[in-house]
Design a protein around this ligand. Structure first.
Ligand SMILES: [Ca+2]
Ligand SMILES: [Ca+2]
Length: 343
């Protein structure tokens, strides 16, 4: 047991104790700079017999410090308190500290724990797959993902050390790959592979940070990028399709990136079992294209030769004859459609 008794300066205490506690479980996960704590917590137990509960909503506990305190004067017994709390709680969503903390009534009056809640962390080694899972009624929101390599210790595999040297291996499509499969779902399966090898000869792994959140969309709707989408298989002309979306509190859907376009196509495929022809909310107003949901018409990926204005085409249809094809079509055609609304 290491005592730091009699230190009046909290700063000095923190410095002293951090020397002792460096290199514990926290060191096993190195967080990308843009993966930050969801929240922080502090728990004080005034009696050694009461339960000391740490809790993270949607993420996992990473203990910052656990110290015994004696009123104004601080006594720190890091070897016991901090180690025990870390070993019991790091990586969990909820954690109760009970008998495994030695309470010394002669020296200390209470245990104080501070902790951060970080996103869940999942690692899948190259060629394998794994399951991301949230608690009942919660959905996955991906914070960060990369298929590649950031260090030499994760997934050493059966490969030689030479295969571990590239620690700046990044597949730019990682985030899109994982969010398309997992965002808004209670669980999902991801595979550690990519269509294009981002760094040949390097043994890679898929790393995902994600949080679990209350489903932001109403039942039947699928969350993506802060909006909720639904596919309606009934066949309507564009104006009637938009009316149906409005009765659901939304509009015909818009997209603003390749990722959103791909998401909408995937939503249709999941619901219909094929890439059915479908209306989206794009309409030509005079000579200006606009989205009926009021968002900026800032991205479009017309199929080659479109818009061709054949027969006075004024409305955006995707999946022409099941193809990856964005078309301007006559608004009186009857198609299925996708609606969007706020959560
Ligand atoms: Ca037109
Ligand atoms: Ca056309």
């Amino acid at each position: 047991m290491m005592l730091c008794s009699g230190l009046s300066s909290t700063l000095l205490l923190a410095a002293t104790c951090s020397l002792i506690t460096s290199g514990f479980i926290r060191a096993q996960v190195s967080f990308p700079s843009n993966v930050t704590a969801i929240s922080t917590g502090r728990v004080v137990t005034s009696n050694g017999l009461s339960v000391h509960r740490l809790s993270c909503v949607g993420g996992r506990i990473i203990v910052r410090s656990a110290v015994y305190r004696c009123g104004g004067e601080v006594t720190c017994s890091q070897g016991d308190a901090e180690n025990n709390v870390r070993n019991s709680c790091d990586g969990k969503t909820v954690c109760d500290i009970k008998s495994n903390i030695t309470y010394d009534p002669g020296v200390c009056r209470y245990l104080e724990t501070t902790y951060d809640c970080f996103p869940h962390h999942n690692v899948t080694c190259e060629g394998s797959q794994s399951n991301l899972q949230c608690g009942e009624g919660q959905v996955i929101v991906v914070s960060w993902a990369n298929y590649g390599r950031r260090d030499t210790t994760t997934c050493p595999g059966q490969y030689t050390i030479a295969n571990l040297y590239d620690v700046n291996c990044v597949w730019p499509g990682s985030m899109e790959y994982v969010t398309n499969r997992c965002n808004g779902k209670n669980s999902c399966t991801v595979e550690a592979k990519s269509p294009v090898d981002p760094c040949g000869g390097i043994y890679k792994y898929l790393e995902v940070f994600y949080t679990c959140q209350a489903p932001p969309c109403r039942p039947g709707w699928t969350w993506s990028g802060g909006r909720c989408f639904i596919f309606d298989s009934s066949q309507k002309n564009w104006t009637d399709a938009e009316s149906s979306c409005k009765t659901l509190g939304g509009h015909l859907a818009s997209f603003h990136s390749t990722a959103e376009y791909t998401f909408i196509r995937g939503l249709i495929y999941t619901a219909a079992g094929s890439y059915k022809d479908a209306w989206l909310g794009g309409r030509e107003n005079g000579t200006v294209w606009m989205w009926i949901d009021g968002s900026q018409f800032d991205f479009i990926n017309w199929a080659k030769g479109e818009p061709n204005n054949a027969g006075g085409n004024n409305c955006i249809q995707i999946n022409l004859k099941g193809q990856d094809y964005v078309n301007d079509a006559g608004c009186s055609h009857q198609f299925s459609f996708v609606c969007v609304r706020d959560p």
